[in-house]
Design a protein around this ligand. Structure first.
Ligand SMILES: *Cc1c(COP(=O)(O)O)cnc(C)c1O
Length: 351
């Protein structure tokens, strides 16, 4: 049975969190002399002389309606990367505990683990880019705190078998983190609706991809109230700045625009898949539930360089285990995709 008390670090259990001026008084008032702000104003106008809402209540209320989950089950971070870092700091004892990752996958789990001096047990995906359940079971020991699953997975693009993730959620006594950064491009169901079923589930999503707000740095974690309380205890008090909060609130009103972009991206993804398949030096295009394609080809490094020479930048993943020979190509606008395809066509006789 999962019990958060069994994995929460002692220092976090006993932590008295920082109490900000805005935490201690949040009612209606006209004169605020409690936070040592500049009372005259900000050079930018707006409310930028005031500290932002530490709990980001307005954004959470709006997200709650969009995602169908109560605000108390939502954490907002300075990118999902902040949520990943907090998971390590709250639940993993440096030098003692370990986590499991399933490469090839998103690199931040490993980097965050290294920064926090936490051992990473890598259990490679199988050649179909699915979980090796037996090897994961073998890698788990009494000090395993978190299993990170990215679905749809970066850089392979496929979704991970839902049944396998549910098997982990049921049988593992630590946290199962399902990173859904690319869920908007997938036909798979989000795991957010499973939060009531699994107390050890943490779902990560982000405004950086489909929502088109990578520059604002806002990521989301969805989990039980208990887990979200831990996140809130550990996070810096004002982790989402006022400019980002204002702009995110505005952006969340544009859900139709975003849904439109998602439909266009999926259509472009299918178009690119068909066209890339016609190139003789392309060996394989992996099925994608995301806004990018993993493409295996002859001489990927040459192709990468030739594209750079034409000022087109894709991601060289050809040295990554299980992605040998592959470039990762983000789906662009129709115009960008045409430029890309023209460039790739011009290489046919050179490879
Ligand atoms: C892009 C991406 C993120 C987003 O990170 P942010 O810090 O929210 O920008 C998270 N997870 C994966 C797998 C990603 O590819």
């Amino acid at each position: 049975m999962f019990d958060i008390q069994n994995i929460l670090r002692e220092n976090i259990k006993n932590l008295i969190p920082y109490s900000s001026a805005r935490d201690e008084f949040s009612g209606k008032a006209s004169v605020f002399l409690d936070a040592n702000e500049n009372s005259f104003g900000s050079p930018l106008g707006e409310n930028f002389n005031r500290y932002p809402d530490p709990q980001q209540s307005k954004i959470k209320q709006r997200l709650s309606l969009i995602k169908g989950v109560p605000p108390r089950n939502i954490f907002l971070g300075n990118g999902s990367d902040e949520a990943i870092d907090i998971l390590f700091r709250a639940f993993c004892r440096p030098g003692i505990d370990n986590v499991i990752t399933v490469p090839p996958t998103y690199g931040m789990y490993q980097v965050s683990a290294n920064i926090n001096d936490v051992e990473v047990r890598q259990v490679n995906l199988n050649p179909a880019f699915q979980l090796n359940m037996e090897a994961i079971a073998e890698a788990i020991d009494d000090n395993t705190r978190i299993i990170f699953i990215c679905s749809p997975n970066n850089p392979t693009g496929n979704s991970i078998d839902r049944d396998d993730i549910q098997t982990l959620l049921t049988n593992f006594n630590g946290l199962v983190v399902v990173d859904e950064a690319y869920i908007n491009y997938s036909r798979q169901k989000t795991f957010i609706q499973e939060l009531t079923e699994y107390s050890n589930l943490v779902v990560l999503q982000t405004l950086s991809k489909a929502w088109g707000l990578a520059g604002l740095r806002v990521g989301m974690a969805f989990a039980s109230e208990e887990i979200i309380e831990v996140f809130n205890k550990v996070k810096p008090p004002y982790n989402i700045n006022e400019a980002s909060q204002q702009l995110v609130l505005k952006a969340l009103e544009n859900i139709e625009q975003v849904n439109n972009w998602i439909r266009q991206t999926v259509k472009e993804r299918e178009g690119l898949t068909a066209e890339l398949g016609l190139l003789d030096y392309v060996q394989k295009i992996y099925p994608s539930d995301a806004n990018f394609l993993l493409v295996k080809m002859t001489n990927p490094v040459f192709v990468y360089q030739e594209l750079v020479n034409k000022e087109i930048i894709v991601r060289d993943r050809s040295k990554v285990e299980l992605c040998e020979g592959c470039l990762r190509i983000t789906v662009g606008t129709p115009e960008e995709n045409e430029i890309l395809m023209n460039a790739l066509h011009s290489l046919i006789s050179k490879i």
